[in-house]
Design a protein around this ligand. Structure first.
Ligand code: PLP
Length: 451
C-alpha cells in the first residue's frame, strides 16, 4: 500500500528529527517540502510542485540530479562487491582508483588520500593528521589549531570546535582540545575596521600574532575554507593565502584547506585554493566529490606530511585512525564516475561562465537592497543591506530568510545565511541560462517585496 503525500508529511512530523530546523515549526507543520525527484537543476516535491535548486542542495549537486551513469556504476559495484574495508591494509579496487585520480587532480604533492563518509570526518582527519605529524616529528606540544571566526567545518566535536560560527557551537560546551580563532578576511565588513587594499591584508597578519601569542611550539595547524560557505561566501583578496602560507612556513605550522564546498568545479577549478596559487599541506574534501549521489569525503595529504607519519619506522608508527566506511567501494566508484563527468563536460569552465552570467544578471536587476555580490564560479553570496551606498545592515537582519521563503513559494530554492541577510547561490553546475534568468527574476522580486 502506497502512502499518500499527507500521510508521509504526518509521519515526517512525528518521527523525523531534522537537522537545523526550529523543532516547534516542524512539529506545527510549517511547509517543508519533501522532495521526490530531481533532474538537472530541477526538483519536484511530493505535492508535484517544481523548484529550481539554486543552492545545489547543500552546495553539492555539482553534476545535477538524475544522472543515470552514476546509478549504473553503483548498481554494478554493488553486484560485484558491496563492501570491503581498507582497514589493516586490505583494499578494494574503486578506492585505489579514486585515490589515484584525486592525486592527479590535486595541487602538486598532495598524493595520499584518506577516505571518510563526509566533510566533518574529513576535517577530523585533517586535524588529527596535523597533530600526529608533529607527534611523529618530536613536537607533541604542537596541539593548537587556529581557525577563522566565520568558518564552518562541520558538527562533530573537533570540526565544530574548529568552526568559528557561534550559531553552530552554542549549547555544546565544553569543547574538546585547543582551538583558537582569528578574524576572517571579510572585506565588505572588515572586522578590523580597515579598508582593502590600504589595510595591507592585516587580517592575514592576525595569524602571525596568534601563533606568537600561543607560542609557535604549541601550534599544529591553521585551517580555512578558501571561500567561507556557511559563514557568508566570504572571499579573501588575492594576497591573503600567499601571506598565510608564508606565515605557516615561517613557524612550522601546517595549512589545512577545507575544500568541502570549494572543490570539484564549484569555483571553476578542481580545488578552490588554486585561485590563490598556494599548495596546502592537507585538503579536506566531500560534497562535490560525489555530487551527493553517495556520502563520501576525503583528506588529501601532502607527501612531506605522509612521510613524517610513518616515522620512526616500527610498531610505534601504527596509524590509529579509520572510519568503518573509509573507502566504501560503491561510494568510491560513484565518486570516480562523478569526477569523470565533471572533467568530460568541463563543468568547472561552465561554473565560471554561468557564475559570470548570474552575477551580471543580478547587477542588471539594479536591486536597491543588494550591497555586495561575491564569490567565484557558481559559489556566490548576495548581501542584502538597507543602503548599498553605506552598507548599512537591514533593520531586520532576517530579511534574507523572508526572501528565501518567498522564493520557495515561487519555485526557487535559495538559502539565507547567518545573520540572515546573506543569500547563498550555488546551483548545480549544469544550470541553464533560462534557469539563471528565473532565479534572478524570483530573487529580485522577493528581495524588493520583503524590504
Ligand atoms: N566543511 C565545510 C566547508 C562545509 O561547508 C561543511 C558542510 O556544509 C562541512 C565541512 C561538513 O561536512 P559534512 O556535513 O559532510 O560533515
Amino acid at each position: 500500500m502506497q502512502r499518500s503525500a499527507e500521510e508521509i508529511k504526518a509521519l515526517d512530523r512525528r518521527h523525523v528529527l531534522h537537522p537545523n530546523v526550529v523543532l516547534a515549526d516542524h512539529a506545527r507543520g510549517l511547509p517543508m517540502p519533501i522532495m521526490v525527484e530531481g533532474q538537472g537543476a530541477v526538483l519536484r516535491d511530493i505535492d508535484g510542485k517544481e523548484y529550481i535548486d539554486a543552492i545545489g542542495a547543500l552546495w553539492l549537486a555539482n553534476i545535477g540530479y538524475g544522472r543515470k551513469e552514476l546509478a549504473e556504476v553503483a548498481r554494478r559495484q554493488m553486484e560485484k562487491l558491496s563492501f570491503w574495508s581498507l582497514f589493516w591494509g586490505y583494499g578494494n579496487v574503486p578506492a585505489v582508483e579514486l585515490a589515484a585520480r584525486l592525486a592527479e587532480i590535486a595541487p602538486p604533492g598532495l598524493s595520499h588520500v584518506f577516505f571518510t563518509s563526509g566533510g566533518s570526518e574529513a576535517n577530523e582527519t585533517s586535524i588529527k593528521i596535523a597533530r600526529l605529524y608533529h607527534v611523529r616529528r618530536g613536537e607533541p606540544s604542537r596541539r593548537h589549531i587556529i581557525g577563522l571566526a566565520r568558518a564552518y567545518h562541520g558538527v562533530s566535536y573537533g570540526a565544530m570546535t574548529a568552526t568559528g560560527l557561534e550559531t553552530v557551537r552554542q549549547n555544546y560546551e565544553p569543547y574538546v582540545g585547543a582551538f583558537d580563532h582569528i578574524p576572517s578576511a571579510y572585506c565588505y565588513r572588515c572586522p578590523l575596521g580597515k579598508a582593502y587594499p590600504a589595510c595591507g591584508v592585516a587580517c592575514a597578519g592576525e595569524l602571525e600574532r596568534k601563533i606568537l601569542d600561543l607560542g609557535p611550539q604549541n601550534v599544529a595547524a591553521f585551517i580555512a575554507e578558501p571561500i567561507h560557505g556557511v559563514g557568508g561566501v566570504i572571499t579573501p583578496p588575492p594576497e591573503y593565502f600567499p601571506r598565510i602560507r608564508e606565515i605557516c612556513d615561517r613557524y612550522g605550522v601546517l595549512f589545512i584547506a577545507d575544500e568541502v564546498i570549494c572543490g570539484f568545479g564549484r569555483t571553476g577549478t578542481w580545488f578552490g585554493i588554486e585561485h590563490w596559487g598556494v599548495v596546502p599541506d592537507l585538503i579536506s574534501a566531500a560534497k562535490g566529490l560525489s555530487s551527493g549521489y553517495l556520502p563520501i569525503g576525503a583528506t588529501l595529504v601532502h607527501d612531506r606530511v605522509y612521510e613524517a607519519l610513518g616515522q620512526p619506522e616500527g610498531p610505534g608508527a601504527y596509524f590509529n585512525h579509520g572510519f568503518t566506511y573509509s573507502g566504501h567501494p560503491v561510494a568510491a566508484a560513484v565518486a570516480l564516475e562523478n569526477i569523470r563527468i565533471l572533467a568530460e563536460e568541463r563543468l568547472g569552465e561552465r561554473a565560471v561562465e554561468m557564475g559570470r552570467y548570474l552575477t551580471e544578471r543580478l547587477r542588471r536587476a539594479e536591486n536597491p537592497y543588494i550591497g555586495d555580490i561575491r564569490g567565484k564560479g557558481l559559489m556566490l553570496g548576495v548581501e542584502l543591506v538597507a543602503d548599498p551606498a553605506t552598507g548599512e545592515m537591514p533593520a531586520d537582519p532576517n530579511v534574507g530568510r523572508y526572501a528565501e521563503a518567498r522564493c520557495r513559494e515561487h519555485g526557487v530554492i535559495v538559502r539565507a545565511l547567518a545573520p540572515g541577510n546573506i543569500i547563498a547561490l550555488s546551483p548545480p553546475l549544469v544550470v541553464t541560462r533560462e534557469q539563471v534568468d528565473r532565479i534572478v527574476e524570483v530573487l529580485d522580486e522577493a528581495v524588493r517585496y520583503v524590504f
